[in-house]
Ligand binder design. Structure first.
Ligand code: FO1
Length: 310
């Protein structure tokens, strides 16, 4: 009963929590996007890993979608007062994570080793693996500013610039983190969480060996469409599809995964979108995919697991 799930931050973490609660301990391995990672004031930030950690530990701020609940912002205020760059917000408590990560990397430990010790420390049942221990920063090509680092696009410029493409720097030389390919090979089902295909899932797929592992997997690969009624629940996914010349739809997502995808779960509002997905050779199932409560998350997770007959 092994599940491997590819995930970005907020949307992915919601389903990850449902899967974690629906499965027995030791059943879930999460493979996290690290294309969003960057350094801020010398501190290594891994937003999607941290969103997964905080969510699974029950420490996350649900409304904001990232960071810790009950956070305070004294450090950021002081930084701004001193004239330091304050366009990205590191909360006072969240700083602890970043200081530990700085120390670990300086001591020659890997991102995956540190992530493993933190999830153990926080009693998180699921394994959380970075897609790679090597940095592969996402660069966003934009009409207005040319190529800009991902967090400059996403946070500083609020995802407003018009996107023309993405570059995952260093990806051709990157290797999957220890355990990633084994988890995919051992999985009874592989889940592609409802995360942004362009900036959350495709960076994972581009790490040499990972897309191939999904194509060759004997286990079913099941994706949940992050597009519902033509829009994303949160974030710029639909905007990116439009700017890149596609109409945002479940089929537009399935098209990007069609070389390995077996089943796409489409929101029940989008029954009319099923034939276009099926025309790509991908089976569909309708479900309520909008996850507001913990029950919604567990219910969607159970739908995924039932499909795989796990
Ligand atoms: N997102 C924001 O929109 N503004 C922020 O200031 C911000 C800070 C931040 C700090 C730590 C962290 O783990 C995540 C943070 N995020 C912030 C979220 C993050 O940048 C994005 O949600 C992801 O990279 C996209 O998946």
């Amino acid at each position: 009963m092994k599940v491997a799930a590819l995930s970005g931050g907020v949307g992915g973490a919601k389903l990850a929590l449902g899967l974690d609660r629906a499965l027995p301990s030791g059943g879930l391995t999460l493979i996290a996007n690290t294309g969003d990672d960057f350094r801020f004031h010398g501190l290594p930030v891994s937003p999607d890993i941290d969103t997964l950690i905080y969510t699974l530990a029950g420490l996350n701020d649900e409304a904001r979608g990232w960071g810790l609940a009950g956070e305070t912002w004294g450090f950021m205020g002081a930084l701004g007062t001193l004239g330091g760059e304050a366009w990205f917000n590191l909360g006072d408590r969240d700083l602890a994570m970043h200081v530990l990560r700085r120390q670990a990397l300086d001591a020659g430990r890997s991102l995956s080793a540190l992530t493993e010790s933190i999830r153990t420390q926080l009693n998180i049942r699921a394994r959380i693996l970075p897609m790679s221990d090597m940095p592969t920063p996402t660069v966003v090509d934009t009409v207005e500013h040319g190529p800009i680092p991902f967090q400059r696009y996403f946070v500083e410029r609020q995802a407003a610039p018009t996107v023309t493409g993405f570059v995952f720097e260093g990806i051709a030389e990157a290797a999957p983190a220890p355990g990633v390919l084994d988890a995919l090979a051992a999985a009874d089902v592989i889940v592609v969480c409802p995360s942004n295909p362009f900036i959350s899932i495709e960076p994972i797929l581009e790490v040499p060996g990972i897309r191939q592992a999904l194509r060759q997997a004997s286990a079913p690969v099941i994706a949940i469409s992050p597009i519902v009624a033509g829009e994303a629940i949160k974030g710029p996914t639909a905007k990116m599809f439009r700017e890149l010349g596609f109409t945002p739809s479940p089929a537009a997502v399935a098209e990007r995964y069609r070389d390995f995808l077996d089943i796409m779960i489409v929101d029940e509002q989008d029954a009319a979108a099923e034939p276009a997905v099926q025309a790509l050779g991908v089976e569909t199932r309708l479900a309520q995919t909008v996850m507001r409560t913990l029950d919604d998350k567990i219910r969607l997770a159970r739908t995924v697991l039932d499909l795989a007959a796990v």
